[in-house]
Structures are given as C-alpha cells and as structure tokens.
Design a protein around this ligand. Structure first.
Ligand SMILES: [Zn+2]
Length: 179
C-alpha cells in the first residue's frame, strides 16, 4: 500500500490540494482488508522536518485520515514532500546516502546534513536491507539504470540521475512499502 502521494512535492501544493481537492488523498482500497469506499476521518497534525534547509521545518502539517467502514481501521496518506516515518526531508537523506556511498567520513556528513551518526547509519542500513526489491523495481521503470552494477554503483547513479524522492515515489507507486 502506497502511503505517499508522489505528485505533491511541496508544502504549499499540499495545503492547496487539501482545500481544493481533498479526494486526491483518499486511498482506493483499505490497506488492511482491501475494500473500497473509505470515509474521510478528519486530520492529524504531523511535525515538519528536522532539517535546517527544509521549508517544512518546525511547522505542524495537517494530514488527512480515512476510516474503512468494513474493518473499522484508519489510515492516512502523506504528501510526497514528507518522508514516511522520517523526520528529515528526502533531499537531506539523499545527500547523506550519496556521501556514505562515496566513502566520506561520517563526521563530515553529520555536519552537512545536520543529522546524528545513528540516524545516518540507519538510513544506510535501510537501503542495504531493501536494495534488492528497490533495484528490481527501479531497473524495470528506468532502463538507463540497467547499465549499472548492483549496490554502490546502482545507488550512486540513481541518486544523481533520479534523486531519492523520485526513486521512492516510483517504487511506492508499484506497491512497495516505503521506507
Ligand atoms: Zn478495511
């Protein structure tokens, strides 16, 4: 189940879409039982990003929630400008991962990205753990990535030609859970 709407890339666009077309967020099916016909179920406020460069920094962002009339569970969908279960914007994660892959020292990366060493190590472990699934879906969606070997070469090419946001929006759209 895709928890993220990739086409909504900025906070401004998110706030505008919430007002003008809130149905854009409604999932077609319940992630729990698969039935359609979910109801709107209010909003919750999500904290913005922990990054010095993010437009989402230190603001509360309304996120629409939905309830399934069949199994009674609730779910929500995030705009693509927010990263599911992460407090850093996609760009900051992408820079950190790129620098790690290029063999840079963690101390330098921490300063640039303003994230802790543990956080950066977690992002790296997450990418390593899911790399087979992500590579499979990305290679089938973007033929130019077929030229690169597995692991480091693949991700360096992906981060520089696509960016982490577009890569994750693509795999999410194909039904892969992100992160
Ligand atoms: Zn349900």
């Amino acid at each position: 189940m895709c928890r993220m709407i990739g086409s909504i890339r900025t906070l401004k666009q998110h706030l505008f879409t919430l007002k003008s077309n809130p149905c854009a967020y409604r999932p077609k099916r319940c992630p729990q039982c698969g039935h359609g016909g979910l109801w709107g179920h209010g909003m919750y406020q999500r904290k913005g990003d922990r990054s010095l460069v993010s437009e989402n920094r230190s603001v509360l962002i309304p996120i629409p929630r939905f309830r399934c009339p069949y199994c009674n569970t609730t779910c929500s969908r995030l705009p693509g400008c927010l990263s599911p279960r992460r407090w850093y914007p996609w760009d900051a994660q992408a820079i950190a991962l790129f620098l790690v892959l290029r063999g840079n020292q963690l101390a330098l990366i921490r300063k640039l990205v303003v994230a802790s060493g543990d956080t950066i190590r977690r992002w790296r472990a997450w990418l390593a753990e899911r790399t087979e699934t992500f590579e499979f879906h990305l290679r089938s969606a973007f033929s130019h990535l077929g030229r690169y070997g597995q692991g480091e070469a693949f991700w360096t090419a992906t981060l520089t030609t696509l960016g982490l946001f577009d890569a994750m929006a693509t795999v999410c759209h194909q039904g892969v859970s992100v992160p």
